[in-house]
Design a protein around this ligand. Structure first.
Ligand SMILES: [Cu+2]
Length: 143
């Protein structure tokens, strides 16, 4: 009887440990699925929180190369100024370049927002020439 009781306790302790590990432990990134097409961006999450590590998994389901950036929306005048790709890259908080997202490819990046961003302050965007203008953008918020 004593032996059975001991085994029971061991099982209970093991169960508690497994539960603790299976939970959303601190530092465990939240996975976000993003799909790129002509010409659109779909994300499983668009409302983010500061301080939470996110793991973005981006799949190009289109028929041409795409890229993904997290950055402020481009205003008409900024677009008119014809910013080059280098300037856009500098504005981006995070990105995956088009060379890493050929047709059918999946690539990922990790990003943790450090500042809140109200509606209209940030978006996902593809700045492969012509794609942004064709609608490859998706607003996001950070609280
Ligand atoms: Cu694109």
């Amino acid at each position: 009887m004593f032996v059975f009781r001991k085994i029971f306790i061991v099982l209970v302790v093991a169960g508690l440990l497994l539960t603790a590990c299976g939970g959303q432990a601190a530092g465990q990134p939240v996975e976000v699925q993003i799909t790129l097409t002509e010409f659109g961006i779909v994300s499983s999450v668009t409302d983010f929180k500061t301080g939470v590590p996110y793991h973005f998994v981006v799949t190009n389901e289109g028929t041409v190369e795409h890229e993904i950036m997290i950055m402020p929306p481009l205003k008409e005048d900024a677009m008119g100024m014809a910013m080059d790709m280098g300037e856009l890259d500098e504005m981006a908080l995070a990105m995956i370049e088009a060379s890493e997202l050929p047709v059918g490819a999946t690539a990922s990046f990790d990003y943790t927002f450090t500042e809140a961003a109200p509606s209209g302050a940030l978006e996902f965007a593809c700045h492969t020439p012509g794609h942004y203008e064709a609608g490859m953008k998706l607003p996001l918020t950070v609280k």
